[in-house]
Design a protein around this ligand. Sequence first.
Ligand code: SF4
Length: 192
Amino acid sequence: MADVVQKPGNAAAGAKAASGAFTPAGVSPNRRARHKYTVRLWAVRNSRLLEWFYGRFADAFLLLHPLWKKIGYQRVERPITFIERNVKGFLFDCRMCGQCALSSTGMSCPMNCPKQLRNGPCGGVRANGNCEVEPDMPCVWVQAWNGSRNMAKGDAILKVQKPVNQSLRETSSWLRVTAEAAAAREAASKEA
Ligand code: SF4
């Protein structure tokens, strides 16, 4: 009988099967680059600083509203989306859902939850605080709670988030928030 040569991949799969870890088809614990966890965890640890910085950044973006309006929001959408994707992709592993919840989720992006839960963790968080689907990944929502406790407006995590509007995917939430704030400001000044 021929000897069965066990390849490293088979050995890892065997070990995993023995551990009983559940892995749905098409999802690999190694799918996400480990260095991203490191940056993501840094963002959560520094959520208060990022909250402060985002506040200043949003104000600056709003100040530029006349410029965006003059060029046309539609025209600037593409370059701004490119910048947003790269900056937030590096810092938060952003999935460009287009309706950013970071300021309400302790700077931990909820779209990194394999179940894409936007309102808290599922019942499967492991005892070590990791995800049940991706066992080597810290649960996005455990991190979100930790990050929110450092933030000045951290209780925003208690606010119920709307379901994701899929039609906004791959659009800039920076521009949307700015356009909405500018519209609200104009409406308020008309009423006054
Ligand atoms: S909530 Fe959406 S926009 Fe914000 S970081 Fe996550 S995927 Fe990106």
